[in-house]
Design a protein around this ligand. Sequence first.
Ligand code: SAH
Length: 230
Amino acid sequence: QEAPPEPRSGRSAALRARMEERLLGARFRYLNQQLYTGSSRDAARLFHADPAAFHLYHRGFERQVRRWPERPVQRIVRYLRRRPASLVVADFGCGDCTLAASVRNRVHCFDLVPLSPQVTVCDMAEVPLADESVDVAVFCLALMGTNLQEILGEANRVLKLGGTLMVAEVASRFENICTFLKAMAQLGFRTVSKDLSSSYFYVLEFAKTGPCRAGPAPGLRLRPCLYKRR
Ligand code: SAH
């Protein structure tokens, strides 16, 4: 006996769409947790093995930041527009390259999978740039791996002496901003300005004072940014 055709009523289509949304949401939260609780190398392996997971992650990310009153990357864009367009920029974890598309500067874009042809695919802990070759290094919501010291050490390596490091990060990730900034000083980054006015994200500007000092930097801790089920 043939099964009766599935009713194509508006209600069942809506239910199905809702279930799909939920599944995507759950998958996004799982991937997001992986990124914040493993090293940058683990993230590279994860997305290399499953590029579809990367695209799903990005859809979820877009959906999250659209809820915010302002996109953090717009703050970095405004900052760069106030400075000379001749400065060379490195965007670590560039996502869809909004930054490169919004400024006149030369921007090296690094991410794990290319969302745009401008992206150089690599792990941000090891970017294909020469020592002291860029003026501004940017991490906009991109300090995800647990090997923060190594990642920031890479930014230090490629930055010129006196160069700028811009960090925009989710406010709730900081356990103690003072100890974080002290640890940054140990990594060769002097705090130039800190904007803690948004309850969503902080914007920190540093200047490179010299190479990273060896040894552990215990204050260099950020909580994982885990999204709630909605
Ligand atoms: N900076 C962009 C995207 C932020 S989402 C913006 O503000 O819109 C964080 C980005 O970091 C993602 O695109 C993610 O793929 C990337 N990322 C995470 N771990 C990475 C790694 N180890 N190496 C390079 N990119 C990484």
